[in-house]
Design a protein around this ligand. Structure first.
Ligand SMILES: Nc1nc2c(c(=O)[nH]1)N[C@H]1C(S)=C(S)[C@@H](COP(=O)(O)O)O[C@H]1N2
Ligand SMILES: [Mo]
Length: 366
């Protein structure tokens, strides 16, 4: 259960991490993640907003004058409904500690800080053009209405995240519905951004203002938070202090085994169907390889139906163990751009954008 009132706690079916909750995989993984199973990342708490008096303000040097929109104004534009995955930048962070012996600070997510939902809203491009966008606009910053985020006594202000103008005009939605229902409190009621293929930090919830600027904004939310070493293309050994950083952007290619967890037991000489999901930042998954021997040999998994480049790509592989004892399973996906997953993790101080080939350790019963 997800709360629809403030006096209710978020219910069962989740792994709890303070103000955040993590999805527990169901088998088979549903095509769309139900609202009451969808992970939540709240820096503070959802604000109390009356949708009737709520307004979105579009302002800044990048537009000719300020414009405000009510929910009815937004709904009056031509809307779109799309299926898009939302992944937290820190998804899998706990595994840096568990699997690589290099724990990272922040929400200790397993692999459940991702879901796919059907979002309905108006293209941000429609709103920006209606608000008379100027040619020299370079960046669009969305601000949320939840309380300012305070970390170790430092007030970083309200959650906000600047988007490059090209992405803002491409496929971003100003959304009010999730899986056919009004946005739940914890998922951004009444309106949030949907930023296809980009990590969750860009998907600002409880939207209040969109500021369009003709100069780049830095500040905490862009200059400090959610950045990774610019060496992410190469392997950085744990503990390396990055010389310079770049903002995080598109989802990395990833794949998970969802049918079996660590310490699962399999019967000897009997076929087991191994299954899981793969996804990337929108290019589309073309291949999933599975290893039952810790990465020494690989077999090609069967890909499920292509449900669109921003949905999960299901994969399956029938496997018959022929000897008793422990096995190390690994899964590795590749996308249409030829991007794949590294065998060694690309380590970074905040534990972002994990996409190392994950390992599940199972046992074959004698
Ligand atoms: N206003 C607001 N927007 C926010 C956040 C937040 O704390 N406040 N968290 C961001 C982060 S880090 C993520 S991963 C996603 C999570 O969206 P969800 O809670 O709907 O799953 O929302 C983003 N938008
Ligand atoms: Mo996140």
């Amino acid at each position: 259960m997800l709360r629809d009132r403030f006096d209710q706690p978020i219910g069962d079916g989740f792994v709890h991490h303070g103000t955040d909750v993590e999805t527990q995989w169901q088998e088979p993984v549903p095509y769309l993640t139900p609202n009451d199973r969808f992970f939540v990342r709240n820096h503070t708490a959802p604000p109390r907003i009356d949708a009737r008096s709520w307004r979105l303000l579009v302002s800044g040097d990048g537009v000719i004058g300020d414009t405000t929109y009510s929910l009815a104004d937004l709904r009056a534009f031509t809307s779109r409904t799309v299926d898009r995955a939302l992944e937290c930048t820190g998804n899998g962070r706990r595994l840096f500690g568990e699997q690589q012996g290099a724990p990272r600070p922040g929400t200790q997510w397993g692999l459940g800080a991702i879901g796919v939902a059907r979002w309905t809203g108006v293209p941000l491009a429609t709103v920006l053009r209606h608000a008379a966008l100027r040619d020299d606009a370079v960046q669009v910053t969305a601000v949320g209405l939840d309380d300012p985020y305070v970390e170790e006594g430092v007030n970083h202000g309200r959650v906000r995240r600047p988007l490059p103008i090209a992405k803002a005009l491409d496929d971003v939605l100003v959304a009010w519905a999730m899986n056919g229902e009004p946005l739940p409190l914890d998922h951004g009621y009444p309106v949030r951004l949907v930023v296809p293929g980009f990590y969750g930090t860009y998907w600002v919830k409880h939207l209040s203002e969109i500021t369009v600027v003709d100069e780049l904004f830095a500040g905490f939310w862009m200059g400090t938070a959610y950045r990774i070493p610019d060496t992410m293309g190469a392997c950085v050994p744990p503990g390396t202090a990055p010389k310079s950083t770049v903002p995080i952007g598109r989802f990395n290619v990833r794949s998970f085994i969802t049918s079996h967890a660590d310490a699962a037991t399999l019967p000897l000489n009997r076929e087991t169907l191994v299954r899981g999901i793969a996804f990337d930042g929108g290019a589309g998954i073309t291949e999933v390889l599975f290893s039952a021997d810790g990465g020494r040999s690989w077999r090609t998994a069967q890909l499920g139906k292509d449900l669109g480049n921003y949905s999960f790509r299901e994969w399956t592989l029938p496997f018959t163990p022929t000897a008793a004892g422990p096995l190390e399973w690994k899964v590795r996906a590749t996308n249409r751009l030829g991007e794949s997953q590294p065998l060694e993790p690309l380590w970074n101080p905040p534990g972002y954008m994990r996409n190392v080939v994950e390992t599940v350790k199972v046992n074959v019963a004698a």
